[in-house]
Ligand binder design. Structure first.
Ligand code: HEM
Length: 120
């Protein structure tokens, strides 16, 4: 049987490392998007994102937070913000040795959320 991408990355523990790197080294250092997180409790956010990304990679669905539309309400996010976040997710997965083919699969899934997240 084929491993899910979730398993390949090392389950919730592996994903949590990816998410940590994604925020600390990429998102919060990027002037295109860092300002959105000025007042965010990052520990809480990381735990939400870990569960959410786990689901996106074919793991168990333990995410019980807000809908994507609700979570991004009032931010009026634009395409450039979304694209920056997707690029950081790509780079974070690549940093941990995930193959380009597998990264593509994950980003295609995340891209389906675009309309739920933008311009809210
Ligand atoms: C690419 C797909 C994205 C996914 C999967 C995603 C996922 C999430 C999740 C799971 C939450 C937490 C919801 C909750 O509190 O219950 C959240 C909140 C948030 N997201 Fe996203 N997000 C995405 C794109 C973006 C983009 C493009 C930005 C801005 C550049 C952004 C900025 C934020 C902020 C600022 C919060 C709220 C933090 C707070 O409550 O202070 N997100 N997102």
């Amino acid at each position: 049987m084929e491993q899910t991408l979730y398993e390949k990355v090392g389950g919730e523990e592996g994903i949590s490392k990816v998410v940590d790197y994604f925020y600390t080294n990429l998102v919060l250092k990027d002037p295109t998007v860092q300002q959105f997180f000025n007042e965010t409790d990052m520990e809480k956010q990381k735990s939400h994102q870990t569960k959410f990304i786990s689901f996106a990679l074919g793991g168990p669905n333990q995410y019980s937070g807000k809908s994507m539309q609700k979570a991004h309400e009032g931010m009026n996010l634009q395409a450039e913000h979304f694209d920056a976040i997707v690029k950081h997710l790509h780079d974070a997965l690549a940093h941990f040795g995930v193959s380009e083919t597998d990264i593509d699969t994950a980003l295609t899934k995340v891209a389906t959320l675009r309309d739920d997240i933008l311009h809210k």
